[in-house]
Write a new protein. Structure first.
Lengths: 373, 122
């Protein structure tokens, strides 16, 4: 699927052509799913994604109500990344018309909305990321535009930020730039600042350590009817860094996955060394696992949970890589004595999985454990 | 247990901040990065608290210095020694660290009072 890599029309092109040109490019990019385009197409319409994007962009040329409907479908489409901040918001703010998100690339930093759906207001925050690009090696590069997009879901007591990340090349003089993950951890605080400056509300980052390792853990881990799988952990204690994942579980050949494979092997070794009854292995393993996850200062932790509560409650399904926002610091301004967290561990957030409902599914699972944090 | 009373020095602290620091000092050894996230306390505030604790000789503070080459610290130095000046040779990757932005740091606190610290709160 092509990524959003926009080449604007010349400045003197007609406005409606510019709108169509942007809409066609956006709708055919990987920001939009085929299912979403099909749902917005006329009944029975079929064809490739590019054909549907071409047809729909013709509508986008003049019909702003249509564009607003597509923008609503876009904000509700689950994304890969999520964070939730608590803060009381009395009312929303005005920004650019939501329809223009579909028909215009936007300024360096831009915001579209609100789009109202149920009791929530949605805004779309965009950052333009210029890239110099040569179609053919050695040819004169042209300026193309990437766009980092973050959906702000606003309710009275919290805001959720949902985004897909993009790859980009950081442009450094004299260096061959490699394709890299866009540093969203620097952008998310800007999104929060924007909402704060427009609404006047103070927002607090989520305490995901408490939500996941206390709230969700106590409710579901080891409980009958629920399967909680420890998939990956990055931790650091006493100056020792640990990174364990389930990727090599086949090599270890244990009836456990991921992090559990490690603690099972340790428990077996410990019980064997002490000459203790092997029936103690599960108990020792569980103690080691608990210590590793809770006391080794986890930086991030990935787990999967599936189960069905008793009674009429719906099944519980969650899979996510939870970053706790415990990262190190860098000096931001030596003169002012300011420092800030750096890198992916700067921000408490979750990488979500589409087969588990993406960011909207993860939000639904986490919210009960985040309230009052 | 040693009683620690920083109230006059930390007037900006909210009730929530005081609750958080009482919990933080229950661990004998912790880092600024972890404890601030775990207890939902701004890192700047927790560092201010830790500097008061150190001034009263109730803890020792260290800088843990990280280089981009590794996930574990490349050196741990007393807090007041400060971060290393560049350039220097990284003991892990043996490359010359030329820019400060290749480094990051955390602050480690080791409570010195043998029976722990009790924080006097407003």
């Amino acid at each position: 699927m092509p990524r959003y890599f926009f080449l604007p029309l010349a400045g003197n092109a007609q406005d409606d052509l510019k709108r169509k040109h942007h809409a066609e490019h956006l709708l055919s990019s990987d920001e939009f799913t085929v299912d979403l385009l099909r749902a917005e197409s006329a009944r029975g319409e079929r064809g490739t994604k590019a054909e549907m994007a071409a047809t729909l962009s013709e509508l986008a040329r003049h019909d702003s109500a249509f564009c607003e409907r597509v923008a609503l479908a876009y904000v509700r489409q689950p994304k890969t990344w999520l964070t939730v901040l608590h803060g009381e918001t009395a009312q929303g703010f005005r920004a650019r018309a939501p329809a223009e998100f579909i028909t215009d690339h936007g300024a360096d930093e831009d915001c579209f909305g609100p789009i109202t759906h149920g009791s929530a207001l949605y805004y779309i925050y965009t950052r333009s990321v210029p890239q110099w690009h040569s179609e053919v090696e050695g040819a004169k590069p042209t300026k193309r535009l990437l766009r980092w997009t973050c959906v702000i879901q606003m309710t009275r007591s919290w805001i959720a930020l949902h985004w897909n990340n993009i790859s980009y090349r950081e442009e450094k003089a004299g260096e061959a730039a490699r394709l890299d993950q866009y540093p969203y951890w620097n952008e998310v605080p800007l999104v929060v600042n924007l909402v704060h400056s427009r609404c006047g509300a103070e927002y607090r980052l989520p305490n995901l350590l408490r939500a996941v390792l206390t709230g969700a853990w106590e409710r579901y881990e080891g409980k009958p009817g629920f399967e909680w799988t420890h998939e990956r952990i990055r931790a650091e204690a006493h100056g020792v860094a640990l990174s364990a994942s389930g990727k090599k579980q086949e090599e270890i050949e244990l009836d456990a996955s991921g992090v559990q494979a490690l603690t099972r092997a340790q428990a077996e070794a410990a019980v064997d060394e002490l000459g203790a009854d092997p029936s103690n292995i599960p108990r020792v393993e569980r103690r080691l696992l608990h210590d590793l996850i809770h006391r080794w200062n986890p930086k991030s932790y990935q787990f999967r949970l599936e189960g069905k509560p008793a009674g009429a409650e719906p099944p519980v399904r969650f899979r996510g890589h939870v970053y706790f926002g415990t990262g190190h610091f860098q000096v931001a301004s030596a003169a002012a004595g300011q420092f800030r967290r750096t890198g992916v561990d700067a921000l408490a957030h979750v990488k979500c999985f589409s087969e588990y409902g993406g960011s909207t599914g993860a939000l639904e699972f986490l919210l009960p454990f985040l309230s009052g944090v | 247990m040693a009683l620690f009373d920083p109230r006059a020095r930390l007037r900006a602290f909210t009730t929530q901040d005081w609750v958080a620091v009482q919990r933080v000092v229950q661990r004998g050894r912790f880092t600024l990065g972890q404890a601030s996230a775990e207890h939902s306390l701004a890192a700047e505030r927790l560092l201010a608290f830790l500097l008061c604790l150190e001034a009263d000789e109730l803890c020792q503070l260290y800088h843990r210095v990280y280089h981009v080459c590794e996930a574990h610290p490349i050196r741990t130095v007393p807090f007041r020694a400060g971060l290393p000046s560049v350039p220097f040779t990284c003991p892990e990757c043996e490359r010359v660290v030329e820019r400060p932005d290749e480094l990051s740091f955390d602050v480690e606190c080791r409570i010195a009072a043998p029976d722990g610290v009790q924080v006097a709160v407003p």
